[in-house]
Design a protein around this ligand. Structure first.
Ligand SMILES: Nc1nc2c(ncn2[C@@H]2O[C@H](COP(=O)(O)OP(=O)(O)O)[C@@H](O)[C@H]2O)c(=O)[nH]1
Ligand SMILES: [Mg+2]
Length: 242
């Protein structure tokens, strides 16, 4: 069974449409878990209606307030594992990630990989709709983290991912400290240190048409701080071994 986890904060214009498009894809048995942080725009109510409409498929987890994308995913991973999921996906609610790419990502994990990334930074991948400012910031953040942490993965902040059950069972979920955008990069940090079998497959990322991005300046600062924190952890670990 495939579990698709979708964190939402103010995605009222997107979530119902997205769920319908996902359900129309040629997929193995699928469950969609929406983790809503009490969105002021009523996304949680729309999610509940979807769960009523598709009781076998759609599950909703309501949290009391905006607790961050990282903890939304970690809680979602634990629920998916407890429910017996074989494949677990991360996906945004805003159509930046094309539901038509889901079968391709799942097939790669099925073929024996641990962790497959829908990547904008490999040959054939692209970003449509971002201005030069956001593109530059994204590239700078990625290059910085790859150089400082020595990561091999190119698209370290991608939020379109598929994991195998075995990999998530081994991943030290409770060690992952960051809760905002740096969560994605921190997960890759641990995955690479574990020697996970990671593959990036090219996707076209489309900027959202409805709703607002939740990426704030505070998140960007935390992202850089977190890279340095992980570097420090790595350095301590190396010294302990000496
Ligand atoms: N539950 C929850 N979802 C969030 C939070 N912050 C962002 N999201 C969701 O995470 C996904 C990615 O956020 P988005 O604003 O699209 O970021 P961007 O694509 O980097 O501009 C979207 O589905 C958001 O609704 C949060 O604090 N809690
Ligand atoms: Mg987005």
């Amino acid at each position: 069974m495939l579990y698709i986890i979708i964190p939402t904060y103010n995605e009222a214009e997107n979530i119902a449409k997205l769920v319908k498009v996902i359900i129309s894809q040629p997929l193995p048995p699928v469950k969609i878990l929406i983790v809503d942080d009490n969105s002021p725009d009523g996304t949680g109510k729309i999610a509940d209606d979807l769960a009523k409409q598709y009781p076998q498929t759609v599950k909703v987890l309501h949290r009391p307030g905006k607790l961050g994308i990282g903890s939304a995913y970690i809680t979602g991973f634990k629920m998916a594992l407890a429910d017996g999921a074989e494949f677990i996906m991360e996906m945004d609610a805003d159509f930046s990630h094309d539901p038509a790419d889901i079968p391709r990502l799942v097939a790669e994990v099925k073929s024996g990989l641990d962790f497959v990334i829908g990547s904008r930074r490999v040959e054939g991948g692209q970003i449509i709709g971002w201005g030069p400012g956001r593109k530059l910031m994204s590239r700078g953040a990625m290059d910085f983290s790859r150089i400082i942490l020595g990561l091999k993965t190119k698209d370290v902040t991608a939020g379109f991912r598929c994991f195998s059950r075995n990999f998530l069972l081994k991943l030290p979920l409770d060690k992952i400290n960051s809760n905002g955008y740096s969560f994605q990069e921190e997960l890759i940090f641990y995955a690479e240190r574990m020697g996970a079998n990671i593959k990036e497959v090219p996707v076209t990322f489309l900027d959202r048409r409805f709703g607002k991005s939740k990426l704030s300046m505070g998140e960007v600062i935390k992202f850089f701080y977190n890279i340095l924190r992980l570097k420090w952890l790595d350095w301590q670990r190396k010294n302990e071994r000496k």
